[in-house]
Design a protein around this ligand. Structure first.
Ligand code: AMP
Length: 363
């Protein structure tokens, strides 16, 4: 089902991006710096990505006619979120290279498939059970000692579709609150910190990883990324090893973010995979030789990967909702690099921009 899967797209070509959010916007900006044009495909007009792309298609993700025209207008297709329907990916892949391909999407669209895949390649995760109704949930919670985190199997993000079970909710109430047709119950990980590795794999199999970073969340949404993560060298090395194993096993061409827990007893467990640029990689724009977005463009177009080396330590803070009103002070701070996403309406919790503070030069 793949079209010219080994084709290099040299600068001057057009990259098609499915998804119109800030990840697409920052990808398009990095692509422009390497001489590419981008064509965004998203259901909403005036999306953050469309504002900076040479062309835009405004259509639903399952519109076969629009997808066919889009495929004819671009040299390669990628995506900035992973919930693209299978039929749409197939239609595109018959006409134009899609990177990463269907396998990476298939595995990462579904939390159970993802965890089965991870366990299958020997990568540790929290204990989990697939549950398809409240009776199965009640049984699984009992097996996990009365505690657990219920998540929707598909389409959840930033803590949406997640319910904590700790004895205060019945299985029926938790099931109703989750709001999805299929669920996964995970054991509650007693973590010391959360870290992630953003890793790229090129068309020729070359791999380059950014340093592991620490992620701190507020209300389930990423608040801050601290680069590098202040973890022991062995933990950082283990996180890097896991990310390499996963990206190779997926055979992915593009970028992969691997979110992990570091447990209090020193183990590294994978929580989630995202086959695209990731919020925890935004610091690389200002603090690395090659940003995650440039690396993504290089990988997707079949170019050599860039150096992921860190120029300085950094701390990235998301600007959510009204936080965007801080922009005048942030512009006056000599250590702060401000990035705004062009979103008009600052709804609570909405990612409006981010600021990266550049810290000491690397020792
Ligand atoms: P997720 O949507 O899976 O990335 O989860 C959002 C956040 O919820 C994570 O970043 C953690 O802070 C927390 N979380 C998710 N799963 C677990 C778990 N099994 N144990 C403890 N905390 C979790």
């Amino acid at each position: 089902m793949t079209a010219a899967s080994d084709r290099v797209v040299p600068p001057g070509g057009t990259i098609g991006i499915l998804g119109g959010g800030q990840l697409g916007r920052m990808t398009a900006t990095a692509a422009a710096a390497l001489g590419y044009r981008c064509h965004v495909y998203a259901p909403d007009a005036d999306s953050p990505a469309a504002q900076v792309c040479a062309a835009a298609t405004v259509a639903p993700y399952d519109d076969a006619d629009a997808l066919t025209r889009f495929a004819a207008a671009v040299d390669v297709v990628t995506f900035e979120f992973e919930n693209i329907p299978y039929e749409s990916v197939r239609l595109l892949a018959e006409r134009v290279p899609v990177r990463p391909g269907w396998n990476a999407l298939r595995v990462t669209q579904d939390r159970v498939t993802e965890k089965d895949f991870l366990r299958g390649i020997g990568v540790p995760t929290a204990d989990y059970r697939a549950v398809s109704d409240s009776a199965a949930l009640a049984e699984a919670v009992a097996a996990f000692g009365g505690q657990g985190i219920l998540k929707t199997t598909r389409l959840g993000y930033d803590g949406k579709g997640q319910v904590r079970l700790d004895g205060t909710l019945t299985a029926e109430d938790a099931w109703a609150r989750m709001g999805g047709p299929e669920g996964i119950l995970e054991s509650v990980v007693d973590f010391a910190c959360e870290i992630s590795v953003v890793i790229a794999r090129g068309l020729d199999g070359e791999i380059a990883a950014f340093v592991p970073v620490e992620n701190r969340h507020r209300n389930h949404i990423l608040d801050r990324t601290i680069a590098p993560a202040a973890v022991a060298d062995e933990i950082a090395a283990e996180a890097d090893r896991i990310a390499r194993r996963v990206v190779e096993a997926l055979g992915l061409v593009g970028l992969l973010a691997v979110e992990m827990f570091v447990t209090r007893d020193g183990r590294v467990l994978v929580n989630e995979l995202a086959p695209r640029p990731h919020n925890s990689g935004h610091w690389t724009i200002d603090a690395c030789v090659t940003s995650q977005f440039e690396q993504f463009v290089r990988a997707v177009c079949g170019l050599p990967l860039g150096s992921p080396a860190r120029l300085c330590d950094a701390e990235m803070t998301n600007l959510l909702g009204d936080d965007i009103e801080q922009w005048p002070e942030l512009l006056r701070d000599p250590q702060a690099k401000l990035h705004l996403y062009g979103k008009a309406e600052p709804r609570p919790g909405r990612k409006m921009g981010h600021v990266t503070r550049l810290l000491s030069p690397r020792d």
